[in-house]
Design a protein around this ligand. Structure first.
Ligand code: SF4
Length: 487
């Protein structure tokens, strides 16, 4: 595996939003908010119906799911090789690859590139990875404004809010709330703006168009990266991504290392699975692909930041690593009865819903997210909906066992075994302990020890303890010259 820039520090971003509240406590305000539940119920029902219709059209849907699952599993098994291939191909085509161990390193890399370009504003394509690392805040503290250009992300940003859904970050807002946000925060919003969805979209379009044309640097995430040619892929619905990926002079892509696919054939499978599972479309409106830089066409500088931020730790868990197969379609959120009632904020992570409940604890530590694996009824709807067949219920149970293990107080047996292990690891300590054990002879009566002080009394309550011999084996060995004198 490559050497990453940055010292190991706790991953930032994921799991930091809920503060010290457990999931049940964080969910209480959402459960008491009738408007929020109406918004969520309406939106998830609509997406579910669209998805079911387009998935039903594909006769080999289950075979596609199996293929997606197999590709992900095989890719994770040789992730280091695929990443190094990707780095070689991107570099050979004029791009620059940076390795970021954690959020701090990734933010530092991106900030340095932006500052070196002289830009004070960047336009952004919707990206979970940059939310995970808190990039907007890092740029802001360096004097750089990050403008979200996805409509829902823009609503969240202008509303000083947090995303609550992977695909529809403003799913918790209805159109009259959005109109109020635009009127309050968007300085160039039309004075006669109404809550008509078309009028709202047109206002955002005009506002963003000025930003696209002025931007010198863009930041994106990536849905996939094809290792065999070093090609990055972004799928989107609004065309804002295409603007960001083609107009600015410098393009910076921050990508979690698990997003890689080895070949174009592999990509073909996911291109069929993702749009149907996410927006309920046969094909998403905009698919942008780019490979390094091309003189006279698109950005003149391309930087790819490969982000670990807890992913290799997740990879080390043979069961939990399945969460890294996720292609962020959000189908599991839309079918989850818990998510539908609580919304995304209660999960305290940029990854809400069932996938958040299994991914966030692995990225930031099970102890910091101990309530998330319990944020599920284990009904299994998420597994049925997942296009890459991630067995989320089994992962939840596995993570619950890790929570229990981490919380478990050491038992008397485990303390005794740890002490025995420490003693036996050193010949000197073992010899000293053997001699000290002879003190036990003082407690013997008629060749037996029937009573020992607590906690050893638990043993002698039902059976005698053996009396230590007057001489240890080592002492006998030395005295008899290895047993040769016959005594
Ligand atoms: S876990 Fe599966 S269903 Fe959920 S977002 Fe990821 S790929 Fe989609």
């Amino acid at each position: 595996m490559k050497t990453y820039l940055g010292m190991p520090t706790a991953p930032a971003g994921v799991g930091a939003l809920r503060g010290s509240l457990s999931f049940p406590d964080a969910a209480k305000p959402a459960l008491a908010n009738a408007q929020l539940r109406r918004n969520l119920g309406h939106a998830t029902r609509t997406i579910r119906a669209k998805r079911a219709a387009v998935v039903g059209e594909v006769p080999d849907w289950e075979e596609l799911r199996l293929a997606g699952q197999a590709i992900k599993k095989a890719t994770m098994a040789r992730l280091d090789e695929h990443l190094e291939r990707l780095e070689r191909e991107v570099t050979a085509r004029g791009g620059q690859v940076h390795w970021a161990l954690d959020a701090n390193a990734a933010n530092r890399i991106v900030t340095e590139i932006v500052l070196a370009s002289g830009a004070t504003e960047v336009v952004k394509v919707k990206s979970m990875a940059t939310q995970e690392i808190g990039l907007n805040e890092a740029l802001e503290s360096a004097g750089v404004t990050a403008v979200e250009t996805d409509l829902a992300e823009l609503i969240v940003q202008l509303g000083h809010d947090r995303p609550s859904h992977i695909l529809v970050p403003a799913i918790h807002r209805n159109r009259s709330e959005i109109k109020e946000i635009f009127q309050r925060e968007m300085h160039d919003a039309p004075a006669d703006l109404t809550d008509d969805p078309r009028r709202l979209a047109m206002a955002a379009r005009a506002h963003l168009r000025r930003r696209f044309l002025a931007a010198r640097v863009a930041v994106s995430g990536a849905n996939f990266a094809v290792a065999e040619t070093g090609t990055l892929v972004v799928l989107e619905s609004e065309g804002n991504g295409r603007m960001c990926l083609t107009l600015p002079e410098t393009l910076i892509t921050v990508m979690g290392i698990e997003k890689i696919v080895p070949t174009w054939d592999d990509l073909g499978v996911f291109m069929q699975l993702l749009p149907r599972s996410s927006t309920g479309e046969r094909m998403n409106p905009y698919t942008s692909m780019w490979t390094g830089v091309t003189p006279g066409d698109g950005p003149r500088e391309f930087h790819l930041v490969l982000l670990d931020n807890g992913r290799t730790a997740a990879l080390a868990d043979e069961v939990g690593r399945e969460a890294l197969h996720c292609i962020r379609c959000s189908a599991c959120l839309n079918v989850c009865p818990v998510y539908e009632r609580t919304g995304g904020h209660a999960y305290g992570s940029v990854y809400p819903g069932p996938i958040g409940a299994v991914l966030s604890p692995q990225l930031t530590g099970v102890a910091a997210n101990a309530s998330l694996p319990y944020a599920s009824s284990l009904c299994g709807a998420c597994f049925d909906a997942c296009p890459v067949r991630i067995d989320i219920p089994s992962l939840l149970v596995h993570l619950r066992s890790r929570v229990v293990e981490e919380r478990r107080l050491p038992s008397p047996e485990s303390i005794a075994m740890a002490a025995a292990s420490w003693l036996m690891a050193s010949p000197r300590r073992f010899a000293g302990a053997s001699r000290a054990a002879r003190v036990g002879r003082l407690l013997s009566r008629r060749g037996r020890i029937s009573t020992l002080p607590p906690p050893l009394s638990a043993w002698t309550a039902t059976r005698d303890a053996p009396v230590p011999p007057p001489e240890t084996f080592r002492e006998w060995w030395r005295r008899t010259d290895g047993g040769r004198d016959g005594s």
